[in-house]
Design a binder for this molecule. Structure first.
Ligand code: GDG
Length: 493
């Protein structure tokens, strides 16, 4: 049971995110007639929050997209969800194509995403896109203003909505509690000050009562940015309290977890025969070992670096050729953006090079899977593969690492994890740690993973699973809403 925060009564929570938890689409049925289908939430956050919202009967505000979405909502853009058993309100906002281009594919993903991941070479700070980002933030704020009351707890998600908290704060006639969770890293001040809009972004976020990041280092970076770049802001580093324009904002780390019990159950339900079918489908011998990677095709995930480490291993230690196959589940992402197209080309080039260089008639070293897999297939891949490589160059948390751990119901898989991922803070002492930029030691780490003795594998896996279960998504929600409770108490509301 997900029991969160005592003072939250029904109807008070308003979640605001770019993506919606339910999406409608027109499809043709067997008779060729158009029917409307609904996509269930699959991502970690939407899947984790949906049951909470069902219990709290709140409102979820998000970008509605397309004809079927319009046709399933009332004239105010509202719909009760889940469709078969309505529990809370989904409030859809409509964006124009130009809004989406400027706000989503523009400022969010060409400026903020690379900036926060320190991929400075990929940043574009375009003033027209910035204006559209602000305008769309105003649309989200307008959506919130229609629902907000003194009792509301408004919960913004992520980097798409940095300006909205201040807009709501300054335009609302009521006094809601405003909370923001930032899912990606916050960069050090030396990098952040390069952003021409740094002042507005920081002030936008200071409209919140509470800002959550995954790890303490991102909190420290944020506080240092405020201290250096916002005039008259007072920062109390130890307590995480910031005073600005007569109000207080609290900054705190809440390391996000996964729904470990459900993942465990799903993995236990995947029979070994499914794994054999999977191997057949991809031409792998039944006794063949598999090393796995699961990522969006994003330049922050360190995929070329990982492939180069594998190439180094097979080149320098030929005894490993034919011994295992690397399976990369790589979902296409944000392909309208040139930096993503370049990354996709780089990944294909290196993959082809490795397969040409070492492949034989009965062994293909690297297999790429592009299609989105159903959740249980993914859990099967996690469970039955021999090791997983999670090597981001920078990553807010990385849920794949935690999902892999939660799926190890046989306690025999090994996780190789980048020191530069947020999840390394919690899992670091029981994984094989790598610096993905260091090709030689990265290759050593992969070798260590596939040669690890059984007793050590079991020992590490048990420790990791305990950590992932002890810090699951419910614990994350509890911690955050406990803090909300305390702060609301402080403010005397
Ligand atoms: C951002 C931050 C932070 C992947 N392929 C399939 C599939 N997935 C699912 C995974 C996992 C999710 O996608 C990816 O989550 P990550 O956390 O690894 O990465 P981002 O997408 O970059 O997420 C990140 C996160 O927000 C949460 O705060 O951890 O740092 O960048 O859940 O399982 N799911 C299915 N089929 C696939 O083929 N069903």
């Amino acid at each position: 049971e997900t029991e969160i925060a005592t003072s939250l009564s029904n109807d008070t929570v308003i979640v605001v995110s770019n993506r919606q938890p339910y999406r409608h689409r027109y499809r043709q049925n067997e008779d060729g007639d158009p029917t409307i289908t609904v996509d269930r939430p699959t991502g970690g956050l939407t899947a984790g929050l949906d049951p909470v919202m069902q219990r709290l009967n709140g409102t979820w505000i998000a970008w509605g997209d397309g004809e079927a979405d319009r046709d399933t909502t009332d004239e105010d853009g509202q719909l009760s969800v889940p469709p078969e058993d309505p529990q809370y309100t989904l409030q859809r906002l409509w964006l124009t194509d130009s809004d989406v281009e400027g706000y989503y594919y523009g400022y969010s993903n060409r400026a903020l995403w690379p900036l926060c991941h320190l991929a400075m070479g990929n940043t574009e700070f375009d003033s027209a896109q910035w204006r559209q980002y602000q305008a769309v933030n105003q649309k989200f704020a307008d959506g919130v203003l229609e629902h907000a009351t003194d009792d509301s707890v408004i919960w913004f998600q992520d980097y798409h909505l940095a300006c909205a908290p201040k807009l709501v704060r300054s335009q609302s006639s009521s006094d809601p509690f405003i909370l923001h969770f930032w899912h990606i890293p916050w960069p050090p001040v030396d990098a952040f000050r390069a952003c021409p809009q740094h002042q507005e972004l920081l002030e936008g976020l200071l409209g919140n009562d509470l800002i959550g990041f995954h790890v303490p280092q991102y909190c420290r970076n944020f506080m240092e940015c405020v201290e250096t770049l916002v005039e008259h802001a007072e920062v109390e580093h130890d307590s995480g309290r910031i005073r600005h324009e007569g109000r207080e904002t609290m900054v705190k780390a809440f390391p996000m977890g996964v729904d470990a019990d459900t993942i465990k159950q799903q993995s236990m339900n995947v029979p070994e025969s499914m794994w054999q079918e999977f191997k057949n489908e991809f031409g792998l011998a039944s006794d063949h070992r598999v090393v796995l990677g699961v990522d969006r095709l994003d330049y922050t995930k360190g995929i070329p670096e990982r492939l180069k480490a594998l190439e180094h291993l097979w080149a320098e230690r030929p005894e490993w050729r034919g011994e295992f196959t690397y399976v990369q589940k790589g979902s296409e992402s944000r392909s309208q953006i040139p930096a993503y197209q370049q990354l996709q080309e780089r990944v294909s080039t290196i993959t082809e090079r490795i397969n040409d260089r070492f492949g034989t008639d009965d062994w293909q070293p690297v297999i790429m899977i592009e299609e989105k897999l159903p959740r249980d297939t993914l859990c099967g891949l996690y469970r039955y593969s021999d090791a997983a490589l999670v090597s981001p160059l920078r990553d807010g948390m990385n849920l794949v690492a935690q999902e892999y751990v939660a799926s190890q119901v046989d306690d025999d898989g090994v996780l190789v994890l980048s020191e530069l991922a947020g999840s390394h803070e919690q899992l670091g002492d029981a994984v094989i740690s790598v610096n993905p930029y260091d090709t030689e030691s990265h290759a050593d780490a992969i070798e260590q993973a596939i040669t690890m003795p059984e007793t050590e594998r079991r020992h590490r896996s048990r420790r990791l699973r305990r950590k992932v279960h002890n810090n699951n998504i419910n614990v994350w929600l509890h911690d955050m809403f406990d803090t909300v409770d305390q702060l609301r108490g402080d403010g005397g509301t």
